[in-house]
Design a protein around this ligand. Structure first.
Ligand code: HEC
Length: 147
């Protein structure tokens, strides 16, 4: 009984060994390729994820670089000054002095800068300014905008 099953197993194993051995390198190749893809994908997400996290932080909180802050000061003086006055004390647009904005919500002011105010001449500045820019501009206006 034991001997017969043993010999049967032997015979099948040699048969399967003979017939299945040739496809195995192919299988190994496929498995190797799949795991290579998986590793590449993991490496890619590992690389991309910090960049995405950084971008998300930037749009919510991060301060613009000092270089960007300089650009923003010139931008506000020129583009916004066109309507709000060179000294931001008002013109076609309402005054943007610290005193005039003191009791207004920063979030609402930021939204006004990014999206504009429908029904008024105030345009949205979304393509030129991102959230951190608007955030910084509002904070700067509330402190008294730098010259
Ligand atoms: C084409 C003219 C025009 C330009 C350019 C302009 N604004 Fe305005 N802005 C207005 C007007 C008009 C209002 C008042 C809207 C209203 O009556 O509610 C306004 C309102 C605002 C307010 C809300 C003030 C408040 O008291 O609630 C902010 C903040 C503001 N502008 C910021 C800016 C900034 C920053 C820029 C430049 C990036 C800018 N504006 C450029 C016309 C302009």
């Amino acid at each position: 009984m034991q001997r017969s099953s043993c010999s049967a197993r032997d015979s099948t194993s040699t048969v399967t060994g003979d017939t299945e051995y040739p496809p195995q390198p192919m299988l190994a190749l496929i498995l190797g390729l799949v795991s290579l893809f998986a590793i590449a994908l993991l490496a890619l997400t590992a690389l991309v994820r910090p960049a995405m996290a950084e971008a998300m932080i930037e749009t919510t909180a991060a301060l613009p670089s000092t270089e960007r802050q300089g650009e923003l000061i010139r931008f506000v003086r020129q583009e916004c000054g066109f309507c709000h006055g060179i000294h931001l004390t008002g013109g076609l647009g309402s005054p943007l002095t610290a005193a005039a904005l003191a009791d207004k919500s920063s979030d609402a002011l930021e939204a006004t800068i990014l999206y504009g105010r429908t029904g008024t001449a105030m345009p949205g500045w979304m393509p030129h300014l991102n959230e951190s820019d608007a955030n910084w501009i509002v904070a700067a206006l509330l402190k008294g905008f730098p010259e």
